[in-house]
Structures are given as structure tokens and as C-alpha cells.
Design a protein around this ligand. Structure first.
Ligand SMILES: [Zn+2]
Length: 327
């Protein structure tokens, strides 16, 4: 993914250092730059995190995949979630699963155990992978997308960030993963790290699909994002992996004739951006430097993030805001 000029980067780093707190939210960026997210209206979870099925052995898909209209919701540039879509069973994971100084991850309860298995398997292989961004509410995504339009221009923002309703992060089943080897940044170079390669080769075994593969932009509408993984279940992920299709193609095939009609296409242009947002220097892409215009982020969840997953309903669910340009 793109990057910024070194001057802007320095400014960003300085701002990030000034603003960094343990509660900094995902995306790295921008408490000063991005509006603070408000608490998400999350309903009380109906199941405890421990209720999630936890395979006791190395995952190996065996069952034939079946369509799960909840887990396999279509989200793309053509398919949107309603603004009112908020998973009812979000949980907050321990803070030590998150990228340092980022908020604890927030995912649906069914994703918590597979995600833990994925990260612990990586650790067993000597690789530390952490979550940088997870659930994002519709409102947060609106702010995030607006930020990137303002920063990158609309055309580029649409390649790298999703308009509200079109982000898989709203599902609560999607995470952006990062490693120290890529500076904890969400950049294409992550795909070349040992951690990125490990995920590309193995995440499907744990039920996760890389939604936006290299050279997939013509189909997915988004640039290569080797860090962005969506949980679709183990059997579906194994089937997806074998299919060699992009995830959206695979899900559409899974729906077959029952695929819902395309949602209303996104507007061709946006209303004027809000004024008063500090604008980083214009980015000039280079391949290796993180471009995140960062600085800290909105106040994060107040839940005590120790032990296993904590129901989000008990916390202020603002752990989710991000300025990372990822769908
Ligand atoms: Zn993402």
C-alpha cells in the first residue's frame, strides 16, 4: 500500500508519540485527525466467549461447506450492510492480542477462538502476529472513509478504503493483522514478511480468508491487502482456498441462484468533506514506508482486557475506530 513523504511521516510519528496512549485505537492514526468515535450501541451478547467452538486439534477442514447467511454475508463495493447492522455478540479480546498501543480487538464471539488459535499457532512457529484493527461500526467507517477521501483524494481512497456499509470490518468477523517486522503497519510489504507469508499459507486452516489478494483489484475493487482477513468458518475457508477464487467470487458462488440483488451502487461523488480536519502533507507513494497519517486515536474500550474475551456490552465499544485505509 502507499506511503507518505518522509516529512509527513516524521510529523505523523511525532504526533503519534504525543498522543499515544494504551487506549489508542486501531489505524494508528489520528485522534487529532479523525473524529472520535462514539460508543457503539452493542446489544448484550447472547453467548459467552467460551461458548465458541474450540477445535482441540490442529484445524483441518473436513465437512463440506454450507452457506451460512449470517457468516457469509456479501459485503463488497456492490453489496452493502445497512447502517443499523451491528453484530449482537461482539466481544473484546485481551489487550495483548493487539498491536502495541492499539485498542483490544473486538470481534464476534464465534471468531474469538479461531483467531486465538491462529495467533497462537503463529507464535508456536516463532512468529508474533497481532491485531491492529477489527470491528468497525458504520459510523466509524463513515469517519474513516471521509478521512481518507480528504487525505488521498476520492479516487485513491476508494481503492484503499470502503465507504460505510461496504466494509467487512462492520461484520465483526474481520481483522487486520500486523507484525513488528513490518513496523506494525498495514502495508503491502507485510505480505513479504515471514508473518505475512505464514498467514497467506495457513490462515485458511483456521477459517480465515484473505479478502483482497495481490492482483485482485479488478475483481475486488481494492488493492492488495495481505493483512486483511475475514473469518468464514473452517470448511468454507478450506473450500475457498481450494477454489482459488477471490473471496467475493467464492461467496457469490456459494449463494448461487440465491444471491441477493446488488445493493445500490455508491454515489459517484461525495458531499464536501468536513472542514477543520488537519491535513497531512500530500502523500507521494513509495513502496516501503508506511503512509498512515497517524497519531492517535479515539479513546478505546474501557473493558479490562485480561483473560479471555470480554463481552463488548460491558465496555465502551470504541476500540474500533481506525484511520487505516483498509476496506
Ligand atoms: Zn481491513
Amino acid at each position: 500500500m502507499g506511503t507518505g513523504p518522509s516529512g509527513a511521516r516524521s510529523l505523523i510519528v511525532a504526533a503519534a508519540l504525543l498522543a499515544a496512549t494504551a487506549a489508542a485505537a486501531c489505524g494508528g492514526s489520528s485522534a487529532a485527525l479523525l473524529p472520535t468515535a462514539t460508543a457503539s450501541p452493542v446489544a448484550a451478547p447472547s453467548a459467552s466467549p467460551t461458548a465458541a467452538p474450540v477445535p482441540t486439534t490442529t484445524p483441518a477442514a473436513t465437512a463440506a461447506p454450507s452457506l451460512d447467511r449470517d457468516l457469509h454475508r456479501l459485503v463488497s463495493k456492490d453489496y452493502a450492510l445497512p447502517a443499523s447492522y451491528v453484530p449482537s455478540d461482539l466481544v473484546i479480546l485481551p489487550g495483548d492480542w493487539a498491536v502495541p498501543a492499539f485498542a483490544p480487538p473486538v470481534v464476534r464471539v464465534a471468531v474469538a477462538a479461531p483467531l486465538r488459535m491462529l495467533l497462537e499457532a503463529a507464535r508456536a512457529d516463532g512468529l508474533e502476529i497481532r491485531v491492529r484493527s477489527s470491528y468497525r461500526s458504520y459510523g466509524t467507517q463513515q469517519e474513516t472513509f471521509r478521512f481518507w477521501v480528504d487525505y488521498l483524494g476520492e479516487a485513491q481512497a476508494r481503492r484503499e478504503s470502503a465507504e460505510a456499509g461496504h466494509s467487512e470490518h462492520q461484520l465483526g468477523t474481520t481483522v487486520d493483522l500486523a507484525s513488528a517486522s513490518a513496523g506494525w503497519e498495514l502495508i503491502a510489504a507485510f505480505g513479504d514478511t515471514r508473518e505475512g507469508q505464514w498467514l497467506a499459507a495457513r490462515a485458511w486452516r483456521y477459517g480465515f480468508a484473505m479478502s483482497y489478494p495481490r492482483d485482485g483489484e479488478a475483481i475486488t475493487g481494492y488493492v492488495y491487502e495481505p493483512w486483511h482477513f475475514r473469518y468464514i468458518g473452517r470448511s468454507a475457508a478450506a473450500d475457498w482456498h481450494a477454489s482459488r477464487l477471490t473471496l467475493i467470487e467464492y461467496l457469490l458462488a456459494l449463494y448461487g441462484d440465491t444471491a441477493p440483488a446488488r445493493s445500490t451502487p455508491m454515489p459517484a461523488s461525495l458531499p464536501p468533506a468536513a472542514t477543520g480536519t488537519p491535513r497531512p502533507s500530500a502523500p507521494t507513494a513509495t513502496a516501503t514506508t508506511p503512509r498512515t497519517p497517524a497519531a492517535a486515536a479515539p479513546p478505546a474500550a474501557t473493558a479490562t482486557a485480561t483473560g479471555s474475551a470480554t463481552p463488548v456490552a460491558t465496555a465502551t465499544a470504541t476500540a474500533t475506530a481506525t484511520a487505516t485505509p483498509t476496506p
